[in-house]
Design a protein around this ligand. Sequence first.
Ligand code: ADP
Length: 502
Amino acid sequence: MAGLSVQLKAPNGREYTQPIGLFINNEFVASKSGAKIASINPTDESEITSVYAAGAEDVDLAVKAARKALKDPSWKDLPPTERGYLMNKLADLVEKHQETLATIETWDNGKPYSVALAEDLGEVISTLRYYAGWADKVYGQTISTTSAKFAYTLRQPIGVVGQIIPWNYPLGMAAWKLGPALACGNTIVLKAAEQTPLSILYLATLIKEAGFPAGVINILNGHGREAGSALVQHPGVDKVAFTGSTATGREIMKLAAASLKNITLETGGKSPLVVFEDADLDQAAKWAHIGIMSNQGQICTATSRILVHDSIYDQFVAQFKEVVLSTSKVGDPFSDDTFQGPQVTKAQYERVLSYIESGKSEGATLVTGGEPYKNVGDGKGFFIAPTVFKNVKDNMRIYREEVFGPFVVIASFGTEEEAVTKANDTTYGLGAAVFTKDIERAHRVAAEIESGMVWINSSNDSDFRIPFGGVKQSGIGRELGEAGLEAYTQVKSVHINMGTKL
Ligand code: ADP
């Protein structure tokens, strides 16, 4: 692997071999053009290393490898149970290497190491194991019609799937996509986000070690507009699964339309968290904090619009501010007591700061934060003080647009009807949280809110066994749970004639 890997020592002292090539046909290779992407440590803005970036020619090679693997007996004829064993083997290897993977994730993305290890890696391992269990449980039906005829259905893989993932949960999003696609027998070309290209390449080494046949899983780094768009448009790709912003999702849908490709999209959100007057305010404030401030606020389901009943508005704002100030410790993501690390890139950092300016100029009232946070190390890095605005009006940009940072707006409502109307007054529909002790109201509001997921007296729960996805402009299709398999199989009907002769 000369020139295709580098020895690195992470800020926590962990040393490891970082692959930097494109992973095609179970081998790391350089990109045809030699182009590279630099990976920046968001904590101090230094360059960690650079990795090869795919262009259209490289995408073509990866897709051809995946197409060949689809017909290769070592994959096509592998009994589904053994496919599951392979996936479990990969999960075991991820578990064995979890400290290294979490280290890379924290270094490259900026998320706290404790979170990367316990939550992200925990999720990768459990998602792979969950879908490994499904591999031999995906089957069709027998359907009776007349005494002479019946039909059975086969649930067959879709074929070659192109998977495009974002930078907020690099390994987590990879597992959400690899798990069901592999369980259903597809082959894959996965493109990671250019902001976080490192951990996925280390995962690639484990894919090979687990024993997946060459070409079944191909992993590329590359720019969205180049490698991503080449993947979406490639005639050899049967399906595209994407997680990222709504604007990019729209672009991908347009590109996929040319060949009518099957698509699954998981896009943006501006999820409401509704606090009724009878809620346990202490719990509501704590969950509201988790719902927006976890992962530096870089979560598509973040409950970024808090709606509070007039009668408890001031009290809630005071309690919420207290939780933010006491819990959101901003700092070095490798320190044990850090809750919030840096934003992933300078571009994201500047984007959040521009929304802070917008909130101030539109006349919302700043409760806390509202500026860069400079007290980490020597003052470099993309840190932002957790920011809360109150007295936010429906027409303000900070109320309507997804910010994707440690940034939340708090508005008020008077009646349940108004709460539901406000919650639904958005082009998005990913998640929604409802705080009340009245169980009838809880379920009534849960049914009325236009979103793919609702959390009652909680926020941002996500579980590999439970379907995840959005309505409206938050997405198409579902990931996770049994529902996640639908995206990766197609149903073929086989009609049987047992006797009727013409
Ligand atoms: P961001 O959250 O930074 O706006 P995006 O939604 O643009 O992220 O990116 C998510 C993923 O989509 C990344 O892997 C990115 O490279 C990819 N991507 C961006 N633009 C395109 C495109 N036009 N076609 C295909 N993939 C794209």
